[in-house]
Design a protein around this ligand. Sequence first.
Ligand code: GAF
Length: 380
Amino acid sequence: MYQEIKNIFQAHFAQEPLLVYSPGRINLIGEHTDYNGGFVLPAAIDKKMVVAIAENGLKTCRLYSVDFKEEFAFEIDSFSPKPSHWATYIMGVVAQLQEAGYPVRGFDMVFGGDIPVGAGLSSSAALECAVGYGLSALFDFEIPRISLVHYAQKAEHTFAGVQCGIMDQFASVMGKKDYAIRLDCRTLKFEYFPIDLGDYQLMLIDTKVKHSLSESAYNTRREECEAGVKAAQKIDSAVRDLRDVSLELLERLEVSDVVKTRCKYVIEENQRVLDACEALSKGDLETFGKSVFASHQGLSQEYEVSCKELDFLVDYAKNESEILGARMMGGGFGGCTINIVNKAHVDRIKKEVRQQYQALFGRNPEFYLVSPEEGSGRIG
Ligand code: GAF
């Protein structure tokens, strides 16, 4: 893949590029908690966005997307967001770096990779992080990794219009082989958590659907949670995030039932992350798996960000004794489920799921066996 992207770069721009990558991510548990100042347990994976980049001495930045087979150019001194276009993620990062005072000059870039788009594995965060990493390497300025995470997240807010939390960019930049990251999204304190699943392994099942609601519903959920926090602050001024709100206090809030239900999910999910980490550290995979199933139940019934395809896959897993836990992953409304599957049964389970899913939804699911990998890096 690296060589292919390098070759395409040379064919397009006739010079030697610098190559960097940033990975996609999984999340074991802790969904929609990041923008609520809560806890998450993501990991980087071995599916990556690769960026080939070189300075071009021009005022124009020339881009080529391998996956979309499309070119795009913008002027380094004058550009604006282009929501829903892939170039917006790149321009967003350039804008953040410029605002922070880093010297970004004209460049040529080719990018591509093997993170399936729309599968909830954060291909856009990986692109933002790879671009930030690539620009810092190209123009020789040191950016602390944590600042890179913030610039990438801010690029998503300002240029893609999605008010995402910090989880995806954090995992992509800070990932570590064989470890998940237990991250406190309020303080940004984190701990690398060894992932040793013994006879089990992580398998993603891609529904191959992405329902159109995903972006608008994401921002609505965020607003609903903020409404809950505001109402709680009227009663207890010490409340900063939903994790400071007890279920008893939640009951007393003057908010709609919908807001209460959304907040309840977040409060419980935060606790589930802590419980799941405790179980993991004791090697108690069964208890860990139960928290994972409970997370899906909350996402589907209370937070209402699932869909029939995801629910079907999790219901299947609940009835399969060789899967210890399963849930939807990421923003929702499609993408992948994450499953803790007995290695010896992976092939049988794949076959069964494929048959049943195909019969019900008329499309083939995709399966990815994944494990935690290193975050952003330079190649060569
Ligand atoms: C998306 C967002 F980008 C993350 O910040 C996070 O909120 C996630 O949805 C849900 O947990 O991936």
